[in-house]
Structures are given as structure tokens and as C-alpha cells.
Design a protein around this ligand. Sequence first.
Ligand code: IMP
Length: 191
Amino acid sequence: MKIIFATQNKGKAAEVKAIFANSSIVIISLYDLGNNIDIEEHGTTFRENAFIKAKAVYDIYREPVMADDSGLSIEQLDGRPGVYSARYSGENCTYEDNNLKVIDELKEFSEPHTAKFISYAVYYDGKNEIEAIGELPGKIIKEQRGTNGFGYDPIFIPDGYEKTISELDFKLKNEISHRVRSFNQLKNKLI
Ligand code: IMP
């Protein structure tokens, strides 16, 4: 069975292809298809945005689609940046801008700054809707550390570790991440 993965992000596509590698499902990303469609994520929840992406791509190809929406939720910031994780400090902001904004907003709170990464993964084939959530709990620190990964990885220490995701081995991230957790569940539901 072939499934289109609604992402242009090569890193995300590689992670998800690895999860489905030893299965009967073949993953093809929008990047593989040379499609750079810009889908406006106007939803107010991860679930809503994931289905917006999946349905927009289904409408183009009329073939089974998977999509995910992900982000960081910080307890002391009432769940922010949440669905606004990508553009938390404005249009065209960098990952560093977002990290500095979070560090600044947390200044008035005492440690630990409990947080979690969330990935909401969905499948849609015109009829069936299947969904799964994956979470990675941890805490935010006051400075950026490490160079691996992307997004909020330099300020996030997963529970059970003492280093930020950016300081940890890339392979390890792919074993514990919120995305691996959500797509593994989605795979089990699909197969
Ligand atoms: P999207 O799911 O592609 O819309 O990503 C939303 C945003 O959440 C990204 O731009 C990152 O800022 C953040 N994010 C999602 N997953 C991760 C991760 O694994 N590490 C760090 N930041 C992440």
C-alpha cells in the first residue's frame, strides 16, 4: 500500500519512512513528488491542523494520505507556544528567535519549567480517519545548548536525561521523539 506523507520537510519524511521501513506500507512525501504546495494551517488544535494538511493533499491526489502537526507545550505558559510553535515570534522568525522568546517569557517563573513536545499524526483516505498522539515530556532550560536537531531542541531536556535534545545523539532522538511515538501508533492501527 502506498501512502502520501503530507510534508515537504526532508527530516520529518526520513523519520517517518524509517518507522514504516519494514512494513507493507510505502511512504512518499510531498518532497518526493516535487510538490511545494503551501497549506495554511488555520486550525486552533494540533488535531485540526493535521487533518487540514491531510485533506488538502487528499483533494489533490485522491490517494491515502498521512500528515502530522507538532509543537511544544509549556505548562507555565498555559500550553504556549502550542499550535503557534513554528511562528511563535512572528512571520519569518528563526528557531533562535523562538527559543529566546520562550526563555524570556519564562524568566518570571521558577524552575522546573515543565513542558512536552506533542505530535498529532493522522491518516485520511477520503473515507476513513485514523489518528494518534505522541508526547515527549521534559523541561525547558534558560539557555540554548547543543547543535543537533531543530526548533526548540536546544532548550528542551527530555525526562530521564541531563542533556538537551540538541546535545544528544541524533539516533536517540529518533527512538524517543513525540513523532516516533505518534507514527508507531498510527502504523499499528493501520496494519
Ligand atoms: P510542524 O509540525 O511542521 O507545523 O512544526 C511545528 C513547529 O514545532 C516546528 O517548526 C518547531 O518549532 C516545533 N517542533 C516540532 N517538532 C519539533 C522537534 O522535534 N524538535 C523541536 N521543535 C519541534
